[in-house]
Design a protein around this ligand. Structure first.
Ligand SMILES: Cc1cc2nc3c(=O)[nH]c(=O)nc-3n(C[C@H](O)[C@H](O)[C@H](O)COP(=O)(O)OP(=O)(O)OC[C@H]3O[C@@H](n4cnc5c(N)ncnc54)[C@H](O)[C@@H]3O)c2cc1C
Ligand code: FES
Length: 247
């Protein structure tokens, strides 16, 4: 993890719901897709965690949905603004030995970190299938990015206004795969748990306090006791997780 000043290169709407912010600065602490950054916003005591969508040696990119005061404030920040960021937090996704046909299952803002994972898989000679789920056509982003990597890419919308009508699990249940990686909301995770036929990795976007392991404000239950999403996660293996009904 590295704390430093990062300067906004661009911060623009991607569509009517999501925004993309590119920040310049030292990315040497980012070691795996699925890690996140924690952004300090002026006059907000708590930092706002965001998954890393993509990065290179000059900076990183996040995709975010304004849902409250902090993320609304972010949308108004102009290029050139310097932000205090904790960069390269948490443990990301890892591609297990022998996995050849993984699925990437994204829900809304959870599609963002799966792009960096897709790039990492392709770099290792593994071509996943991407299934991106949104509520409605206005929210859809990223389909072109995954397709440009040469991935078979499916989009679902809950209201049927774009792609396949329904949920990522409707597509999942029809595909052949030997592993899955996912990031998205809890109702999607419950559906994946009912549908999945293999092992996989889940990323949790829990509410956070400190963001670096000091407050226990982000715990999830696992078979080996409570674990901190910010430090031990946000990515956990399917076999480790104790879902609320099992707890
Ligand atoms: C590891 C991690 C990665 C994340 N990555 C992304 C990302 O890539 N893109 C993105 O848009 N968001 C992401 N989030 C969620 C994001 O951090 C929150 O939406 C943001 O902090 C809300 O701040 P706010 O001040 O706008 O909202 P608040 O005013 O604090 O809350 C507004 C509403 O959003 C809800 N909310 C707040 N935080 C969360 C959360 N963590 N999960 C679900 N609902 C929440 C609140 O319950 C409330 O209803 C991530 C969260 C975590 C923990
Ligand atoms: S947010 Fe403080 S321990 Fe995770």
């Amino acid at each position: 993890m590295r704390q430093g000043t990062y300067v906004i290169r661009s911060n623009e709407p991607l569509n009517v719901v999501y925004h993309r912010m590119i920040l310049e600065g030292d990315t040497s602490a980012i070691t795996a897709p699925g890690q996140f950054v924690n952004i300090k916003l002026e006059s907000f005591p708590l930092r706002r965690p965001m998954s890393i969508h993509d990065w290179d040696e000059s900076g990183f990119c996040v995709i975010y949905k304004p849902v409250g005061r902090g993320t609304e404030y972010m949308t108004a920040l102009p290029a050139g603004t310097a932000l205090d960021v904790l960069c390269g937090l948490g443990n990301g996704y890892s591609l297990p030995e022998g996995v050849r046909r993984p699925l990437l299952l994204g829900g809304g803002s959870g599609c963002a970190p799966l792009y960096a994972l897709a790039k990492a898989c392709v770099g290792k000679g593994v071509k996943p299938t991407a299934v991106l789920g949104y509520n409605t056509k206005d929210e859809v982003y990223g389909e072109d990015l995954f397709a440009r990597l040469g991935l078979e890419t499916y989009v679902t919308t809950a209201d049927g206004s774009y792609g396949r009508a329904g949920f990522v699990t409707d597509v999942m249940s029809e595909l052949e795969y030997d592993y899955f990686f996912t990031c998205g909301p809890m109702p999607m995770y419950r559906a994946i748990e009912r549908t999945a036929r293999t092992s996989g990795q889940y990323s949790f976007e829990e509410r956070m306090g400190c963001g670096f392991g000091a407050c226990m404000g982000c715990s999830v239950m696992t078979k080996s006791g409570p674990r901190r999403v910010c430090k031990d996660g946000p990515v956990f293996r399917r076999e480790e997780i104790l879902w609320p009904t099992q707890a």
